[in-house]
Design a protein. Structure first.
Length: 110
């Protein structure tokens, strides 16, 4: 009887999306929920996006990862505001696992 050796890929990566598999197999990542507001939501065509990113990442790191997936946002980089909870944060803010981040255009008065 022949013996067959199979070189199987990680079973998680074969059934899960790449980002979900990465999150489950790499314990040094965290998931951040990003909410888009106003015309930025219209620009990307979605209300929310879950992003898996390395622990210790900053808002700047998160934005770079988002821009890679949503290049139409990059031209707005200098003007967008980032909110965590009820406070605005700067690009050096260190993200925490499970946080919800709001990305919005500048507030305009009328």
């Amino acid at each position: 009887m022949k013996s067959y050796k199979h070189n199987l890929a990680n079973p998680l990566t074969s059934i899960l999306s790449p980002s979900e598999a990465e999150r489950r197999t790499n314990t040094n990542t965290m998931r951040i929920r990003v909410q888009f507001h106003a015309q930025l939501r219209d620009l990307v065509g979605m209300r929310e996006l879950d992003v898996d990113i390395a622990e210790g990442a900053t808002v700047h790191d998160l934005l770079e990862k988002i821009y890679a997936q949503q290049p139409a946002l990059r031209p707005h980089n200098k003007s967008i505001l980032i909110g965590v909870g009820v406070e605005f944060v700067d690009r050096n803010y260190k993200l925490k696992p499970g946080e919800e981040i709001a990305i919005m255009p500048p507030v305009q008065g009328g």
